[in-house]
Unconditional design. Structure first.
Length: 309
């Protein structure tokens, strides 16, 4: 990561102020989502169910988003309501998967698995947005697959290495795929819809869905847990705003590649807050995934040769 930052800053005629605004929005989004994940993991230790965490996050987001839409004086329901509803459904299901993975896996591992979503985003962008694919994006996908294998399968060759729970891994991958689908929908909606309307549809779907799935499992949160639930909503809102604005100003596969910085944030937070030290296999696999992402990013900045699909 240090090598990447140094290379980025020393590129000809490039300073911090010249870093594309979309990239800055994505970096802000990554930090906010890392803090959100830490709060989710913390509040789960208070016995709060995943669906209740999703519902609490949706309430906070709904209030903030609705106030923002009214402030702008625009229509709450938007123009392409079917696609907005689809974004709300896919985003809500992905969020449930992500929160479950964060609650049942170490923070670093859960984040790395979730941030395979740029791979899905790049593939879906080629299929549905007709975007060109850079050779470096192919390298990114290849490295990500190798990294995933390194992370989840050490126990297949070394009996003394504890494997990550496969069910949680599967849920994390579903969350990553759902996030990739949501990013593509956001990219398409960004040409016709205001970012605040796009964000608003997320809690409009997530709140009733999570309440239905929660059923009778509601747990009255303590003051500490209530504060953490509030921060989950606030940090997620910042993350969503940064993500939506980034997708509006950058190519989908390039913008989401920058979100890999969240892996670094999560490793640091996991160590500081939860005393989690990633295994050698996690570091090796995560490094492959991050290297692939950075190759994709640097290659995109230098406008390499592209392949038309």
């Amino acid at each position: 990561m240090i090598v990447y930052v140094n290379e980025l800053l020393t590129m000809p005629n490039l300073s911090l102020n010249q870093i594309p605004i979309g990239v800055r929005y994505m970096l802000m989004s990554a930090l906010a989502f890392a803090l959100m994940s830490s709060c989710v993991k913390l509040v789960h230790t208070y016995g709060i169910p995943v669906f209740e965490i999703v519902a609490a996050r949706a309430i906070v987001s709904l209030l903030i988003s609705y106030a923002d839409v009214k402030r702008k004086g625009i229509c709450v329901w938007g123009n392409n309501r079917k696609l907005l509803l689809t974004r709300g459904v896919t985003g809500s299901l992905a969020l449930i998967c992500v929160y479950y993975a964060v609650s049942t896996l170490p923070l670093a591992e859960a984040t790395i698995l979730q941030y395979l979503n740029p791979v899905f985003t790049a593939i879906l962008a080629i299929l549905f947005l007709k975007e060109k694919i850079h050779i470096t994006t192919i390298i990114c996908i290849f490295c990500s697959i190798i990294g995933l294998v390194l992370m989840v399968s050490p126990g297949l060759t070394l009996d003394h290495v504890q494997q990550l729970p496969l069910f949680s891994i599967g849920i994390a991958l579903l969350g990553a795929f759902g996030s990739g689908v949501s990013y593509i929908i956001v990219k398409r909606l960004s040409t016709t819809e205001d970012s605040s309307v796009i964000i608003l549809y997320f809690p409009l779907i997530a709140l009733p869905l999570s309440v239905i799935l929660l059923g009778n499992d509601f747990v009255m949160p303590s003051k500490e847990a209530l504060g953490l639930l509030l921060f989950v909503g606030i940090f997620t809102q910042f993350g969503q705003v940064g993500l939506t604005k980034a997708m509006k100003t950058e190519v989908a596969s390039k913008a989401t590649a920058y979100s890999y910085i969240q892996v670094v944030f999560s490793i640091v937070l996991g160590w500081l807050v939860f005393s989690e030290v990633p295994s050698v296999w996690t570091l090796a696999g995560g490094s492959m995934i991050i290297v692939g992402a950075l190759v994709n990013v640097i290659g995109s900045l230098r406008a390499p040769k592209t392949l038309k699909v």
